[in-house]
Design a protein around this ligand. Sequence first.
Ligand SMILES: *Cc1c(COP(=O)(O)O)cnc(C)c1O
Length: 478
Amino acid sequence: MKKAQLIIEKSTTGQVATSIPALDVPEKVISDLIPSKYLRANAPRLPEVSEPELVRHYIGISTKNHHVDKDLYPLGSCTMKYNPKINDWTASVLAEVHPYQPEELSQGLLGVYHELEQQLCAITGMTAFTLQPAAGSQGELVGVLLMRKYHELRGNDKDVILIPSAAHGTNPASVAMAGYKVVEIKSNSKGLVDLEDFESKINDRVAGFMLTNPNTLGLFEENISKISELIHAVDGIMYMDGANMNALLGITRPADLGFDITHLNLHKTFSTPHGGGGPGAGPIGVTDKLAAYLPRPRVELHEDKYHLEYGYEQSIGRVHGFYGNFGILLRAWTYIRMLGPDGLKNISEIAISNANYMMHKLKDVFELAYDRTCLHEFVLSAQAQKEKGTNALHIAKRLLDFGFHSPTMYFPLIVKEALMIEPTESENKETMDRFISVMKQIAEEVETNPEMVQSAPHSTPIGKVDETYANRNLNVRW
Ligand SMILES: *Cc1c(COP(=O)(O)O)cnc(C)c1O
């Protein structure tokens, strides 16, 4: 396939894609105002292209990369579902509001925030939410800071947070950033928290437990009530990493399972675009006992007027400029309003049945790490294929030749050669069947033509990358 041409290579002197008004300030004014060391000596070398060429350039590169509008994106734990275009419409209509616009003129927007917080409370069973955190991982950090505040104010002397071995890497990182020690809990043969190991590690030093439910194997923690009871018995806090909420909508609520704090990834479950680093939103919800410590300001409704309340004396403080990632919050609000309670429940039901369908169709071809009914995702192991010389990375790259994004690889760490697949509810049976048949074809190639898989991809704009070379000789300039 033809290599992408840099836009500078398409440049022809004199071509313009846009016209800007002529400078109406004397140039001298500018040079008087800006110290000369900040002024450019020479005009920058910018590409000169016409508007159609500019549009073709960007459309061209957008189709060279994989994205969810192009085909299935089964990246486990990331919930790469389709993002309805109406979400973007709502966000663009309201994008022009200035963050310093006075409260009296921002009633509608504050109302959206307030309503979104109420919706998230209804979905999770929590009693209060903050929309400030900009990512799941930032939500985790905020959650652990709330825990710390709780223990400080109660005079609890605690320094340990328990985390299962299947956890997402951000969990131990957030705990360490907030100044706690991580103690890892083993997983048992069913892929769940090993209760014996868990009980042996509970003591008065334990500030809390951080658990992803369903966990990163796509399995629901059966002993969650017992776990919550044991943690609460030492005045610990139960934290749910709710990034996988796509499996629980309308079916169960974190608060009902004994959790005191949860974050949600709006950019996963609530369908706002992600990948490529953001932006996102990781709101944090808490039960009554932690509500006073939430970041301020909080949106409140008094006598039919919304306002931002700064007066929370015990708050851990602000964690985001203004009130969070507005465009993402609006998209999530639109999505929830559009679906309503029944629609949300339907999402989780379809996400779960899609994952189970794919799991059953693929488990004869690739080893299934834990052979049980899964929730929104499942984890295969390419260990048997690796023993024949073709590993999970080779298989992931070969999938690109068929126009699919790869599953999540080498995670969770407790499964060798892991391929973690999450179809989401967006995919219909025909798309899933196409993916299944490609996976079967690749498994066949591992036996009959392994070279084909090991040297993939063959049909992408960029072929197999020498990752060691790329890392050691990073060059991000053109
Ligand atoms: C995605 C994810 C996170 C982190 O969320 P970010 O928004 O990427 O910071 C945390 N835990 C789990 C289980 C996740 O899947």
